[in-house]
Ligand binder design. Structure first.
Ligand SMILES: Nc1ncnc2c1ncn2[C@@H]1O[C@H](COP(=O)(O)OP(=O)(O)OP(=O)(O)O)[C@@H](O)[C@H]1O
Length: 284
């Protein structure tokens, strides 16, 4: 079980975020803090608003109310790519890599977040960059490749790789953005047990060795309960529980929410902290 962080400086603060689609209120005054150095997970039944929340925090959706702070600074007016430059990186639920390109080239594109040039410029960057900067970046890429144990596939085309490795490359690209806060959207969806366990270990190492704060949406309850310091539960666009994995798993409102969503068969395993299924995919 991960350590419980009950206090500390917020890396990210979500303050009364409201998001509507036409008449539908997907998020209703959602508030919580992501403490610096924590793994914070957002869970909830299907349609609870988790993806909407991720899109609002990373700047892809514009909330109709509320505020997001990154290390104390309001970022509400900062467009999504700029947020990455400020240290807020994310991965996507469905892998968003350039499939025809090699692993290394995909990782190199991660650093694009720190460049003032456009994407095409990024591809032509080598001729113009200062040597020291290039060397520093190459060093960061080497560290990431070693760390994620993907050296043997660095020159392979992404499309040819098994799914679990593709997800790892996506993590590598996000790390190349040198984030301070990393948002992972269902990092183990579709993975088998072994791939899930590897990814859980990498996420903990990113937190501990790289000092990156993690905000994660994930359906795999075993994994969430194993590696989270803090769990936020959404239901119908509202926070219904917020606390340690143990406290959340024992919360009757959480149990009721999953029952209400018809997830009865999976409920017991889902809410037994650290003992849930780690077979991956959407459990609901
Ligand atoms: N682009 C959109 N347009 C209209 N409604 C949307 C849009 N995106 C989400 N919604 C609605 O907002 C609500 C929250 O959806 P959201 O995808 O955020 O939930 P979720 O918790 O991520 O679900 P899942 O676990 O299935 O991914 C749902 O009722 C959904 O139908």
């Amino acid at each position: 079980m991960a350590s419980e962080l009950s206090h500390g400086k917020p890396a990210l603060s979500v303050e009364r975020i409201t998001l509507t689609f036409g008449g539908l209120r997907a998020l209703n005054e959602v508030s919580f803090d992501v403490v610096e150095g924590s793994v914070t997970s957002v869970i909830g039944p299907n349609g609870a608003g988790k993806t909407s929340l991720f899109n609002a925090v990373s700047g892809f959706y514009k909330p109709s109310g509320g505020s997001v702070r990154l290390f104390g600074e309001t970022i509400d007016r900062v467009p999504a790519p700029e947020r990455a430059r400020l240290g807020l990186a994310r991965t996507f639920q469905n892998i968003a890599l350039f499939r025809g390109m090699t692993v290394l080239d995909n990782i190199k594109l991660g650093r694009h977040a720190h460049m003032s040039t456009g994407l095409l410029d990024a591809l032509w960057y080598f001729g113009r960059a200062r040597r020291e900067e290039l060397e520093l970046r190459a060093e960061i890429e080497r560290r990431i490749i070693d760390f994620l144990e993907i050296d043997h596939i660095r020159n392979a085309a992404v499309a040819a790789l098994p799914y679990g490795l593709q997800k790892r490359v996506e993590l590598a690209r996000a790390l190349a953005m040198r984030p301070r806060v990393l948002m992972l959207d269902e990092p183990v969806a579709g993975m088998n047990r072994e791939e899930t366990e590897d990814m859980a270990r990498f996420i903990l190492d990113v937190k501990e060795e790289w000092g990156v704060t993690i905000l994660m949406v994930e359906h795999d309850m075993g994994m969430v309960m194993d590696i989270s310091d803090h769990v936020v539960v959404l239901n119908f666009g509202e926070v219904i529980a917020d606390g340690s994995p143990r406290a959340v798993a024992a919360n009757p409102r959480v149990i009721e929410a999953y029952l209400g969503a018809g997830d009865v068969g999976d409920l017991r395993r889902r809410l037994q902290a650290g003992k849930g299924p780690t077979t991956g995919g959407k459990a609901a």
